[in-house]
Design a protein around this ligand. Structure first.
Ligand SMILES: Cc1cc2nc3c(=O)[nH]c(=O)nc-3n(C[C@H](O)[C@H](O)[C@H](O)COP(=O)(O)O)c2cc1C
Ligand code: SF4
Length: 449
């Protein structure tokens, strides 16, 4: 059994409510932190090696140390609860079942960053969760953990929940800030970074839900002890939301020392591939990270065991590796079609592009159309190279990383499953049958001809 820092009390009856949470030791980190200086807390977070759990894995303590402190200007902490990356649902679990863990982490983090007004920006589709969070905030306030002069420390803090309207792009931190300010969620050009000019041009830190919840064990254990859990630069524990063709989909807390094979096949985690099928491929870190075929998923290109941590999952770069990303672990069995799967993702990214930059706005649409043609038996061999070319022209040429997120899945699918794309081009009739069934077969066949 791996160590549990975030989900230790996840199954306990009534843990959603303050009294039960407090009896289990909740809010101890606030008592400890308010006796420290903000600078000392930032140092503990640096020592812990905690990396942002929102996708990029940027060191949290270092990010906190960048926040500007101009005299007389308020600073803000914003919790990114947008969680729209397909395959990712770990933050939802934390907020829905253990909301006080997030509130506790937010109070400590707000104190460390000097944020008297802190926001939780939550995706519109999580329509039932704001009520849960607001109840937890009200309970925390009624018990003296929020409001004025918390525990006599002189520190004031309020937390507000802001609902988004349901757009993937609003998870990107500067689009989120725009949306929080009441505007359309278009990403901003960086620099300036939010640490200098964020919400209402004030210094702002945006962190993921899981990152902020992890501040609680970092403070309770101390940075050095926290850093002893895990391996290398993958310290602490990580939540993984596992889904797809597995026997036990769900949210798991792992300590990042287990192998990918153990995670997929052991009963403690995914419980193996459903219906006794074979493992074909996996997207280990949410829809935007490169897909890996089974052989490169379980072992690196050097033949070493692949582990569930930042370094091991990215071993080999994008040629033969992938990324930990947001921890959305999507498993595909032998019956799944990589072309259709890539087309589905391309459709998503085209729909979610905000349209500010041409490579992303136009390129995502082109990729969707070409993938649809290939998937439905209307593609040409030259389309595969055209797709490759388009994704190359999007990557790195846009205002925000949504362009990269749209390009990487296409690149990885072609890199590892080119034969499957070619099969589609060579077998148009079979593609038609698969997509349209017999009823529409004759009509669609004419289109191919
Ligand atoms: C298109 C796009 C969507 C994103 N969606 C999310 C999201 O839903 N949740 C999240 O925490 N970070 C998301 N991010 C990353 C954020 O921009 C930011 O890096 C993150 O919230 C920082 O938190 P962390 O350092 O704790 O990981 C997204 C980035 C991009 C480019
Ligand atoms: S990359 Fe796409 S989503 Fe990001 S700013 Fe450009 S058009 Fe908008």
């Amino acid at each position: 059994m791996g160590r549990k820092l975030l989900l230790e009390h996840a199954g306990a009856e009534g843990i959603r409510y303050y009294d039960v949470y407090r009896k289990k030791g909740g809010y101890a980190s606030v008592e400890k932190a308010l006796k420290m200086t903000p600078e000392a807390i930032v140092e503990e977070v640096k020592k812990s090696g905690l990396r942002g759990r929102g996708g990029a894995g940027f060191p949290t303590g270092l990010k906190w140390s960048f926040i500007a402190k101009p005299e007389g200007v308020p600073r803000h902490l914003v919790c990114n609860a947008d969680e729209s990356e397909p395959g990712t649902f770990k933050d939802r679990y934390l907020m829905e079942f253990i909301p006080h863990l997030l509130i506790e982490g937010l109070i400590v983090s707000s104190f460390a960053l000097g944020s008297n007004t802190t926001y939780i920006y939550i995706r519109g589709e999580y329509a039932w969760i704001p009520d849960i969070l607001e109840q937890a905030i009200a309970e925390a306030k009624a018990n003296g953990w929020l409001g004025k002069n918390i525990l006599g420390s002189g520190f004031d803090c309020e937390i507000y929940v802001q609902r988004g309207a349901g757009a993937y792009i609003c998870g990107e931190e500067t689009a989120l800030i725009e949306s929080l300010e009441g505007k359309r969620g278009n990403p901003r050009i960086k620099p300036p970074f939010p640490a200098i000019k964020g919400v209402w041009d004030r210094p702002t830190v945006v962190n993921n839900v899981e990152t902020l919840a992890a501040i609680v064990p970092v403070i309770n254990l101390g940075g050095e002890e926290y850093a002893k859990i895990g391996v290398g630069r993958s310290t602490g524990t990580k939540l993984i939301s596992a889904c797809g063709n597995i026997n036990k989909p769900g949210v798991y807390e792992i300590d990042m020392t287990i192998s990918v094979e153990e995670f997929i096949f052991s009963d403690e985690y995914c419980g193996g591939i459903a219906n006794s099928k074979k493992l074909k491929a996996c997207i280990p870190g949410g829809s935007s990270v490169p897909i890996l075929p089974a052989n490169l998923l379980l072992k690196t290109a050097k033949g070493e065991t692949r582990y569930m941590n930042y370094e091991s999952l990215s071993d080999g770069g994008f040629a033969t590796g992938s990324m930990m990303g947001s921890g959305g672990f999507v498993v595909l069995d032998e019956d799944q079609c990589v072309v259709k799967h890539t087309y589905t993702l391309a459709r998503f990214y085209r729909h979610e592009s905000c349209g500010q930059c041409s490579p992303c706005r136009e390129g995502t649409g082109w990729m969707e159309k070409i993938l649809k043609n290939i998937d439905t038996g209307k593609g040409k061999m030259s389309d595969i190279d055209l797709l490759w070319d388009i994704q190359r022209k999007i990557e790195g040429n846009t205002i925000c990383p949504l362009g990269d997120a749209a390009a990487w899945p296409v690149a990885a699918a072609i890199r590892h499953f080119r034969d499957e794309f070619e099969w589609h081009v060579r077998n148009p009739e079979e593609c038609l049958r698969r997509n349209y069934g017999l009823a529409h077969y004759a009509d669609e066949r004419e289109v191919v001809a």
